[in-house]
Design a protein around this ligand. Sequence first.
Ligand SMILES: Nc1ncnc2c1ncn2[C@@H]1O[C@H](COP(=O)(O)OP(=O)(O)O)[C@@H](O)[C@H]1O
Ligand SMILES: [Mg+2]
Length: 332
Amino acid sequence: MSLGSWAERTTPDGAPTAVVPSMDASTMKLRAGSPSSPAVHAVDLAKRYRHTVALRGLSMTVRRGEVFGFLGPNGAGKTTTVKLLLGLARPTSGEALVLGSPAGDIETRRRIGYLPELFRFQHWLTAREVLGLHAKLLRLKRRERCADEALATVGLARRGDDKVASFSKGMQQRLGLAVALLGEPELVVLDEPTSALDPVGRHEVREIVRGLKQRGSTVFLNTHLLEEAEQICDRVTVIDQGRAVATGTLEELLGRRSVRLRVSGLPNGWWHCYARFGTWALEGEWLRLEGAATEVVPDLVAAVVAAGGRVEAVIPEHQTLEDRFLELLEAR
Ligand SMILES: Nc1ncnc2c1ncn2[C@@H]1O[C@H](COP(=O)(O)OP(=O)(O)O)[C@@H](O)[C@H]1O
Ligand SMILES: [Mg+2]
C-alpha cells in the first residue's frame, strides 16, 4: 500500500477521513527504510471509533535502540496507537512510518515483536507448540532453537512441554512475551507487559527489556505505571485523551525542582518578601520554594540569615514523576 493512498481512505465505519497532512522533506527521507530511519515516526495520527475520538493528532518519533515509554492513564489512547502502528487498525487521518515503512507493511511486520494487552493462546497447545506456530508464521528457520531460546529468556525453559491450560496468568504473560521475542525482532512493542505479574515477575520483565536494549532492539512500551517508566525507559511520551502532552527523558520531564526549607526566628509570612527566589507554599512547619534551581540555595540562605532567621534545614527536591504526571494532566 502506498503512502499516497492514505489520503483517500475512509474509516471502517464509513465516516469521511480528514485531510492527511503531508510529510515534509525531512520526513520523506525517513521513508527509505534504512537502519538510520527512526523506529517509529508518526505524524498527526488520529483515530475515531464512531462516537469516540481515541487519538487527536499524535506526532512522535521513537529512536532506534531506545526503550521508549508511552505513558498515560487508562483510556488515553495507548493501545489504539499501537494498533495503528502495527496495521491492526487504520488511522482516521495522519500517517506513520515504522522501521522506515508505512505502518502495517507486512514484510516490516516480520521485524516487529508484539505483546498485545489482551490475548489468549490456544489452551490445548503446549508452550513450545504455541511458539512453534508463531515461528512458522514468521517463517523463521531453526524454529525449535528459536522457541527454546525464547522460553529460556522468559524463564519458562522447564515448562515448554506443559499445556497453556495449566499456566497461571503470569506464566501466560511470559509466554506472550516469548512470542514477542521470537526471531530477535528489531522493534519490540509491549502493551502493558507487567499488568498480570507479581513484583518478581515485573522485575524479570524489566530485566528482559534491559537485555533487549543491550542487544540493540528498540522497545516501545505502553504503560500506565509510572514506576515502570521511571525504571526502564530512556525517553517517555506522556499521552492523555489522545494527545501527547509531554516528551523527553525523565530528567527533562522532571526538570522542575523545588527546595524545602525550615526556618525559625522570623515573623510569620516573612517569605512574602522573598518572591524573587520563586513561588512559596506553606506545608506545616516547612516551606516549599517551587521552581527553584539548587543554585539559588546559597543566596536564599544568606538572605534569610541576614534578616535574622535561623535556617534549620534545606532540602533540594526533584518533583516526583507522579506529581509531574498529575500536573501535566491537570494542565489540560
Ligand atoms: N474498538 C473500539 N471501539 C470503540 N472505542 C474504542 C475502541 N478501542 C478503543 N476505544 C476507545 O478509545 C479510547 C482509547 O482507548 P485505548 O487506546 O484502549 O486506551 P489505553 O490503551 O490508553 O487504555 C477509549 O475511550 C476507548 O474506550
Ligand atoms: Mg491499553
